[in-house]
Write a protein of this length. Structure first.
Length: 149
């Protein structure tokens, strides 16, 4: 019976075969991952990107930034207000990166005192990207952050 020899040629062939099997397994696992877009209209949003940057700069120039605090079953918002007493219209968007079906958008009207509480009982727990769009006295503002519910 001949003795099995493990020479350098067989070692290279084994290394190459192992690498190919690893790459095939990696490709199969990657194809099984969910690939979701943040929004269906991503191309149109990209065209408005410079406008959004200008609005963010305008928001940074505010003397008081909006604040939010996550509580047990709600998120409390405090919007900057002027002394005119006019109400603020706002849109709160919560993006959940791990599951697009959990994304939520809320159109709200903030009272003159600038305080608003958003109930989170119907939201699943996890990390959300919060995008806060509001309009006050004809000027639009945008602020973003991360919240853990």
């Amino acid at each position: 019976m001949p003795k099995f020899e493990f020479n350098w040629g067989k070692k290279i062939a084994l290394l190459y075969t192992s690498f190919v099997l690893f790459m095939v397994a990696l490709a199969v696992m990657a194809s099984g991952e969910k690939q979701e877009l943040v929004s269906d209209d991503y191309y149109a949003r990209e065209l408005r990107f410079q406008e959004e940057l200008n609005i963010k700069q305008q928001t940074k120039a505010l003397p008081v930034q909006p604040q939010w605090k996550v509580a047990q079953n709600s998120i409390a918002f405090l919007f900057p207000t002027d002394s005119s007493g006019k109400s603020i219209t706002a849109n709160i968007v919560l993006y959940k990166a791990s599951d697009r079906k959990m994304d939520k958008s809320f159109d709200i009207k903030v009272p003159a005192d600038g305080k608003y509480t958003l109930p989170t009982a119907d939201l699943g727990s996890g990390v959300y990207k919060l995008i806060l769009n509001w309009n006050e006295n004809g000027k639009q503002y945008i602020n973003e952050g991360i919240v853990n519910i």
